[in-house]
Design a protein around this ligand. Structure first.
Ligand code: HEC
Ligand code: HEC
Ligand code: HEC
Length: 146
């Protein structure tokens, strides 16, 4: 190989490697809630409350994943935690922070219960994710994503 073709070969290899790498990063991953909001409606509708909306990105830029998904025990699944107001007031789940100390307290019902009535539990992807991920997948066994 001449120096020139050798270089070209090197570039091609590098480019291919880069494409595979970028492709891998862009492939749909199971965990895509990073930028999204989560509508939580296991009990709200039935209780005559608007569904709770959890702005995931808003929180995620303030706290590490570990704070919620390890320390506070939030399952990585929209609707996968049986969150009730009793638990929240007891300091679990949202209540670990929405206690008037770390964040505003539980009296602000409408701040959390801001969803459109009847919206099923699901994770709502961002525009960016819609460009990357081809389809929504059912996230909840008993409730289909719209
Ligand atoms: C920090 C967020 C937050 C605030 C503030 C909040 N809630 Fe909730 N609430 C939730 C979440 C999350 C759920 C679980 C939603 C679901 O699965 O339907 C829930 C569930 C409920 C439920 C159904 C389950 C149960 O415990 O009976 C009722 C009723 C309810 N909330 C009423 C209220 C009222 C009334 C207020 C204000 C006094 C309030 N909530 C304030 C987050 C909040
Ligand atoms: C402030 C708390 C908090 C932080 C920080 C946080 N999450 Fe979450 N996450 C939640 C809550 C709440 C849900 C919804 C759980 C529910 O509906 O019961 C959720 C849901 C998820 C889901 C499931 C979405 C689905 O498709 O069902 C994934 C995946 C996830 N989070 C990943 C992450 C990653 C990765 C990070 C860090 C980059 C992170 N979370 C940081 C609270 C948090
Ligand atoms: C690890 C701490 C933490 C947990 C857990 C947490 N929050 Fe928050 N949340 C915050 C902080 C801090 C703010 C910002 C408060 C402020 O701006 O004064 C906030 C703000 C919010 C806001 C307002 C967002 C905005 O645009 O202003 C909503 C809605 C909210 N939380 C809902 C929830 C719900 C629902 C849950 C449970 C599913 C939850 N949060 C769990 C810390 C937490």
């Amino acid at each position: 190989m001449s120096v020139k073709t050798e270089r070209r070969y090197l570039w091609k290899t590098l480019l291919l490697g880069l494409m595979v790498w970028v492709g891998g990063m862009m492939a749909p991953q199971p965990a895509q809630a990073e930028y999204a909001d989560v509508v939580i409606n296991n009990y709200s509708d039935a209780a005559g409350m608007r569904p709770a909306v959890f702005p995931h990105w808003f929180h995620r830029i303030r706290f590490r994943c570990k704070v919620c998904h390890a320390d506070l025990g939030f399952q990585f699944k929209a609707g996968g935690n049986k969150i009730t107001m009793a638990k929240i007031i007891d300091g679990q789940f949202c209540g670990a922070c929405h206690n008037g100390e770390v964040a505003w307290s539980v009296e602000n019902c409408a701040m959390c219960h801001s969803g459109v009535p009847g919206t099923p539990t699901h994770f709502h992807g961002s525009t960016v994710q819609r460009l990357i991920a081809p389809v929504y997948q059912p996230l909840n066994d008993n409730k289909k994503v719209q």
